[in-house]
Design a protein. Structure first.
Length: 262
């Protein structure tokens, strides 16, 4: 159950602009107060004074944090109406997370983790730090998968059971707990009644097994032998089928199992 030799994902020739943009992005996400703001306004828009009061931060500092989140496209502001006062109501700016914003953060961190930035130790260290903070504030101590292709691109699935079965829906079978059902867009993926792939947790960590699928499962571009379990590592790429309608996931280990600095 060792890692398959030669299967590490490696992206080369990253230009300077990418590093600069990544540095700015990580700087925004490296602040725990800004992460608390994202969580606070994920479901319900709030104005600056409401946000400042709920996170116990000054109005001016709250404005600075919100401006940074707006500038990187994670938060939007729209005109709203403030609370009723003796003089009536007044317009305010209300802030909310853009649709799918938190999932996009997790997706982006997953992509960055596969991008071969180990040649930049400072960014690697900062990425690990942000990953830890995101785990503390948003995802908890669980493995999660980020779907990188197709109709559900960007969808984040958190692994919370002892096993996770992945495949497409089948009208003859009711979904069970611990199933990730993909839409029919992913038509090369075996149906859920005979799952394409399963992920397990055990003493060796997180394990993946191809369930005898017709289209095959690939770990970092290497085919898995059906019914043979392999250990998953942080940043692994998992492909269900290798064609335009397959499903590609990036594997994100919880903070306790991730090692981004090696």
């Amino acid at each position: 159950m060792d890692r398959i030799e030669g299967t590490e994902t490696c992206i080369v020739s990253i230009d300077t602009d990418f590093y600069e943009d990544l540095s700015q992005y990580l700087e925004v996400l490296s602040n725990s107060t800004r992460l608390r703001i994202l969580k606070l306004i994920e479901k319900t828009p709030k104005d600056r004074r409401q946000i400042a009061a709920e996170i116990n931060t000054s109005y001016d500092n709250t404005k600075k944090h919100l401006d940074k989140l707006v500038n990187v496209g994670l938060v939007k502001k729209e005109a709203g109406v403030g609370q009723q006062t003796s003089k009536g109501v007044h317009p305010v700016w209300e802030y909310s997370v853009v649709s799918g914003g938190l999932e996009q953060v997790i997706r982006n961190l997953g992509v960055f983790s596969t991008a071969g930035i180990q040649k930049n130790p400072d960014l690697t260290s900062r990425l690990a730090e942000v990953r830890g903070q995101i785990a503390d504030e948003l995802t908890g101590d669980h493995l999660y998968l980020v779907l990188l292709t197709g109709a559900d691109e960007g969808k984040v699935t958190i692994f919370e059971d002892e096993q996770l079965s992945i495949g497409r829906a089948d009208a003859e079978y009711e979904p069970v707990s611990g199933s990730l059902i993909l839409p029919d867009w992913y038509r090369t993926v075996t149906r859920i009644s005979k799952p394409h792939v399963r992920i397990y947790t055990g003493a060796a960590g997180y394990l993946v097994e191809d369930c005898g699928s017709t289209a095959g499962t690939f770990l970092n571009n290497q085919p898995l032998t059906p019914h043979q379990r392999m250990v998953l590592h942080d940043g692994d790429l998992l492909d269900l089928a290798k064609d335009p309608y397959g499903a590609r996931f990036v594997v994100m280990l919880p903070k306790r199992g991730a090692d981004l600095t090696g």
